[in-house]
Design a protein. Structure first.
Length: 233
């Protein structure tokens, strides 16, 4: 079997590994930022490679036939390393990215370029912050939801992992008297219920834009990624 490296951590990465493992030797690489990640089928590697140079060395040593970057849309450093390493070694690279969210009638969205900019826009309003563990200290009041405990923050912390329901999100927003939702444009269905809940309550939403798209072939679905692998391996 040819070796395929899946840079993972997302639901799409796990689904790709599940469907590809019968045809390829699939090695899924997880960054190790979550203490108890959901593990995909096939081989799993946890932790960084040591930048682009380390990844290039690993690709050579393992004789990798193709790389699929199915990381989170905001994992831009990992993606940049993948672009550089595969170009150096001459290994085909595909980026698998779920589409971003689309504003609907009734939404009150404001787009910003960073978490710091989001915090400045929110000011002293009570926020529901779902941007991960980084940058929470910049917010003045409200609640943050993370998978693992964050560092010091003035926010109330809720530890939870999706998928979430609209009913659950409505209850959380009401319980914590949230005035504004802050999130990244992660896309997908697993965490989209908060956007629906905000729309139903008439709450404003501050969204952090995605990093610039990488200079690499990109698809939006696992089906497309499997077809690409079939043409390369």
């Amino acid at each position: 079997m040819k070796t395929v490296l899946v840079l993972g951590g997302t639901g799409e990465a796990r689904e790709l590994a599940r469907r590809a493992v019968e045809r390829y030797r699939v090695v899924s690489s997880l960054a190790g930022r979550v203490s108890a990640p959901r593990l995909p089928e096939g081989e799993v590697r946890v932790g960084g490679f040591g930048g682009a140079a380390g990844l290039a060395a690993w690709l050579r040593a393992e004789r990798v036939a193709a790389v699929v970057d199915a990381t989170h849309p905001f994992a831009d450093r990992i993606t940049a390393n993948a672009v550089a390493a595969t170009a150096e070694v001459g290994v085909p690279l595909l980026v698998l990215r779920r589409p971003g969210w689309v504003e609907r009638p009734g939404d009150r969205w404001t787009w910003v370029g960073s978490i710091a900019e989001a915090a400045a826009h929110v000011g002293t309003r009570r926020a529901f912050v779902t941007t991960g563990r980084q940058g929470l200290a910049a917010f003045a009041a409200g609640v943050a939801r993370t998978v693992d405990p964050p560092g010091p923050t003035p926010l109330t912390v809720v530890l939870d992992r999706g998928p979430y329901t609209v009913a659950g999100e409505l209850a959380l927003l009401r319980e914590h008297r949230v005035e504004v939702l802050v999130t990244k444009d992660s896309g997908g269905d697993m965490t989209a219920a908060k956007l629906t809940a905000a729309r139903l309550l008439g709450l404003p939403v501050v969204l952090v834009r995605r990093p610039p798209a990488p200079d690499a072939p990109t698809v939006a679905t696992v089906e497309e990624a499997l077809a690409w692998l079939g043409s390369r391996c």
